[in-house]
Design a protein around this ligand. Structure first.
Ligand SMILES: Cc1cc2nc3c(=O)[nH]c(=O)nc-3n(C[C@H](O)[C@H](O)[C@H](O)COP(=O)(O)OP(=O)(O)OC[C@H]3O[C@@H](n4cnc5c(N)ncnc54)[C@H](O)[C@@H]3O)c2cc1C
Length: 471
């Protein structure tokens, strides 16, 4: 039996892809920035099949690259070019909701469940699965947890990590760690699940997760607010947080970003004309009970913000369609930006109070270094995670590769500013292949040493997602 016959035997021949055209989509990442050459793509259907594949790969010395929805932005789900002989293990067929318990406010979902399907299952049960971001219609639970995804509601419910009660994981030697518990309190030793959350598949393969649900939102109000500066946006955030309403989204968007959304978005209608202000805030407040006077809270808070000069103009959504439009603009933005012009980007976070200083310093330094470059700033200001990009100057003659080469120092520069303000160079997308160099620069030697000790203890042969995270 050849190595691939043995793997095909573990998952069924139809689920062991080897033809170049079948493998190709798994060989490149969402951005098209990373390309690898997996020898096969395996699609197990059960946790036991995952374990069997892992054991058989170990016997044949093959490395394993787990793949979820492949929306990751750091090249994590693609084998590295010139890496060891690898297979991609796609979790897409492990896509069952195993249980949902409204009284327990919990759901147990397999790793290949598309995040939006978990949201829908929760809604059907009268509950809320609170994590939300632009790629939720494709990203999967396993990918979401392995990157510890954030998104627009982190300020209220935290990153994906905060939702996890228990995990089921296939270890690099093929054993199954069944820690799929739904208890809220368990201090029985190390919280092992947290090693795999944010582990990007380097320590094991997540096959299922028990996660918290929240009460369904009975009232929601959104507004699109023109603000004069990031500092004004920060003051207005404090005002909303003190308003008595639950603030569940607070995004800061530069006017240039909104101009790109208007130009390239399909069916997008801007709530206020582009050019109204240098900055905008998209804010969403909510309540789990019908009787909360949420509209009044929104109007009062915005009225006070205008009086204080924090807000210049505002459009409060008057219908569900208008509310959805505000958030569609935000969700469609990454695609619009990609279509607009070559850009280099970052994924930084700073303490919320440092957002204005971070944005202003970065703008000043980027202007000085690349005078024609156009800074795009957009992000989850409510949790301090601002994505800064530098777009090529208007009329730039080269392609993306040429701009990436010319602006190669942009990311290190912005990362250094964020770190100097007490922030991080990797807020929510993870490390993958793209930020390993920044790990070497910014992570303390002790933290790196501990990570290597853990990696070696769990995966001594280095077969789990090689070439990711550790520099
Ligand atoms: C338009 C767009 C908007 C985005 N917005 C946000 C945002 O606001 N916030 C945010 O946090 N992210 C965002 N992302 C990034 C991305 O959606 C997230 O990182 C997401 O969590 C990745 O999930 P995935 O299923 O696509 O994982 P993949 O890309 O398939 O994999 C990501 C990593 O996890 C590993 N992995 C996947 N499944 C498993 C598993 N079962 N066990 C172990 N390891 C596994 C992979 O090997 C890889 O290292 C965005 C992406 C796009 C394209």
């Amino acid at each position: 039996m050849s190595p691939f016959d043995s793997l095909a035997d573990a998952v069924g021949p139809a689920h062991c892809l080897r033809a170049p055209e079948d493998v190709a989509p798994y060989a490149t990442d969402w951005r098209g920035a990373y390309n690898g050459t997996p020898l096969a793509v395996l699609k197990p259907n059960t946790t036991e099949q995952v374990a069997e594949v892992v054991r058989r790969c170990a016997a044949q010395g093959l490395a394993i690259v787990p793949a979820g929805g492949r929306t990751g932005l750091c090249g994590g789900a693609v084998p590295p070019a010139n890496g060891p002989a690898s297979v991609v293990l796609s979790l897409e067929r492990l896509n069952r909701i195993r249980s949902i318990d409204p009284r327990d406010f919990s759901v147990v979902a397999e790793a290949g469940c598309v995040v939006q399907n978990v949201q829908q299952a929760a809604a059907d049960a009268g509950r809320l699965f609170p994590i939300q971001w632009g790629a939720q219609g494709t990203a999967q639970v396993g990918g979401m947890l392995s990157t510890n995804a954030g998104g627009i509601r982190t300020l209220r419910w935290g990153n994906a990590r905060e939702l996890v009660l228990g995990l089921e994981v296939v270890l690099p030697d093929g054993r199954i760690l069944d820690d799929l518990r739904r208890v809220r309190k368990d201090n029985s030793g190390y919280a092992l699940r947290h090693l795999f959350i944010g582990g990007e598949g380097t320590l094991g393969i997540i096959t299922a997760a028990a996660m918290r649900l929240a009460p369904a939102l009975k009232r929601v109000e959104s507004a699109y607010v023109a603000v004069p500066s990031p500092d004004a946006a920060l003051s207005m955030l404090g005002r909303f947080l003190e308003s008595g309403a639950e603030v569940i989204g607070y995004e800061l968007c530069g006017d240039f970003c909104m101009a790109m959304a208007e130009k390239h978005g399909v069916g997008l209608r801007m709530p206020l004309p582009v050019g109204t202000a240098p900055w905008y805030v998209m804010v969403e407040i909510a309540a789990a009970h019908e009787s909360v006077p949420l509209r009044q809270m929104m109007e009062d808070t915005l009225g006070d913000a205008m009086e204080a000069g924090e807000a210049l103009d505002a459009a409060i959504a008057d219908s569900e369609a208008q509310r959805r439009m505000i958030w569609k603009i935000r969700e469609d933005y990454p695609d619009c930006s990609r279509r607009d012009s070559p850009a280099v980007g970052t994924d930084t976070s700073v303490p919320v109070s440092a957002v204005p200083e971070f944005v202003n310093t970065a703008e000043r330094e980027l202007k000085a270094r690349w005078p024609g470059g156009r800074m795009a700033a957009i992000g989850h200001a409510g949790d301090g995670n601002i994505h800064l990009s530098l777009h090529a100057p208007l009329g730039f003659a080269g392609d993306r590769a040429a701009w990436v080469a010319e602006a190669a120092e942009m990311e290190p520069l912005v990362n250094a500013i964020a770190v100097s303000l007490g922030g991080s160079f990797s807020a929510e997308h993870g490390i993958g292949q793209s930020k390993r160099h920044a790990m070497a620069t910014h992570k303390s030697p002790i933290a790196l040493e501990l990570m290597r000790v853990l990696k070696t203890a769990l995966d001594p042969d280095g077969r789990m997602n090689p070439g990711k995270i550790l520099p």
